[in-house]
Design a binder for this molecule. Sequence first.
Ligand code: ADP
Length: 679
Amino acid sequence: MTAVPLPAAAPASPGLRVRRALPWAALVLLLLVAQSLLVALTIDYEASRKQEQVEAVSGAAAAQLRHNVGTRLQELQALLWSEVSQPQWQRDAAQLLHAHPDLLRIERRDADGRILEATDSAQQPPLFTRIPRAGLSLDSELACVSARRNLTPSLSRSYFVPRDDGLGIEVIDACVPVTRRGQLDGTLVATIGLSALLDGAITAEQSRVHELSLVEGDGTRLARAGLPRGLGVFVAERPVDLPGLTLQLRVDSTATRPQLIPNLATALVLGLSLALFGVVLLLARDVRRRARAETQLAEALALRKAMEDSLVTGLRARGLDGRLGYVNPAFCAMVGYSADELLGTYPPPYWPPEMRDEYAQRQARRLDAGQSVADAREGYETLFQRKSGERFPVMIYEAPLVDGGGRHTGWMSAVVDVSAQRRVEELSRQQQERLQAAARLATVGEMASLLSHELNQPLSAIASYASGSLNLLQQPDAQTPGQLQQAMARIAEQAERAGRVIKSVHNFVRRREQAHEVISTERLIDAVLPLVRLQARKSGTRIAIDVPHPSPRVKCDRTMVEQVLLNLARNGIQAMEEATPLPARVLTLRVRQAQPRWVAFSVIDHGPGIAPDVAQRLFTPFFTTRHEGMGLGLSLCRTVIEQHGGALDFGVTPATASEPAGTEFRFTLPADSKPEQRA
Ligand code: ADP
């Protein structure tokens, strides 16, 4: 195998393309939806996580605030326990102020609210330089009243203390009642800076990313802590319950609302990774499937190649331009050219040079007719030439090459070398011919006594006319010339009669050259009639000829068909020789145009008919019921008729009022409508 011009793969139909694209479109859509959902969920999750963070910070800071305030109040109370001298109290208070930056000032007041002792924090400038502090503000006073009444520490509402540097500070006062031996002995008033208090309640880490504020109910900010400014996106507010005072703690995160872009990117990366993974899986599956298909294809190709290589039938493919696109090894071996010498050639080298024009025309006709060549698959016989120059007959069966898209792309031919078959056929034809000739000679041999009798009559007539003529010459008289002339005429007549017999035998026996000729049925019957009559005369049989005028013409091998006619006629006459009464001994030779294409011959006798056991073996070679018969007649007759494409059979003719029953042998020959060509 060399080149394989496989038909071009057909483009996928639109329907198929849509079916293939659908799963991919669905996959892409699903991926998009999944990714969008993922992004939305991620953003939502992140937002709630940040909110939770802020809530947690606010909770922790509020608890710390409460704890710090509680601790301050306890320490302030501890300051009261010591019965100390004035300097000692001062030291203890200063120590406390030093320990806690949120404590700004500690005052000791008597029961009437007058300041007994006061110590300011050393870390801060003195607090009350710009506003008087002798009397407490209303809010502080209220807190102290409450403390004194309940004998528990109480905190005042916050108030603003301006400072010398133009700024100010928001503070609260813690009033701790002082009792001595069960009697109220004054109050301890500690001023606490809210900012410092707040600073002390949060860790450094919290202050880095959160802004914490203490606000009033109306939203007024009293103090703030934390390095940055909050953005107002994630905010948590929580009340801080202190003794006598409730503050609102507000935590504002610096975190922005979760951004779509960075999250989208994350989701995209995630989604794409998943998609990539999926695609890789798909690809792997596809590759596996392709590999399997390739293996199957390779196996199929190997099988096809092995089959093609082992084929004895030549295969060739031709394109629409008539050029060879493919040849198999058997074809190359048949014509003796290599595939390279054949492919792409036009005209191909195996066309005999003198027939190239004819073959080219035939090919052009075939191509014009396209795929619809009716006999394409039936095959046709033609002659090829081997590289050695030897001619050989081939049988070609062609089929149109149609590609996947239904387009006619050329012709595929199976080429069979029929030279051996033709040789055998020729041999068998020659043998058949020899057999026919032998059978004809045998027939003549069988008719030898009839012939000798037929020849004897004119010969003895000639002899007697000759001796009569001699006598006349020995005793001539006046009438001698006239009588001699008459005798000579008779001699010539008889000689001609004998000559006719000899000629009819000769015509019957000799083999004519022309195999098939067109001839009228009348002439065919006329040719055998002398011999038929010869046979009939012996048994007193009459011959009836029933041929229409003008007689139909047939195309046949004349010698052969004459032999068939004579055989059937002789059989009929012989069948009537014994049992048939003399008046009924009539042999009818009938010709009818059965169909436009066929002419039917009938040979009808009124013999005893054919027994069933004889009928079964009638056409078996060498079957005969006669001593002198060869039994070849009917088998040869059938062969001859079938070689002409016709059929030979027999049947019973029923008895009529005028004729007894009999046997009818029928055969058909192809009719010819063309004018008769006389050989
Ligand atoms: P043959 O004439 O040498 O016997 P055939 O093949 O012509 O060989 O005939 C075979 C046999 O068929 C004959 O011997 C005869 O018995 C029978 N037969 C042929 N034609 C007829 C006929 N018209 N009527 C009866 N029998 C026939």
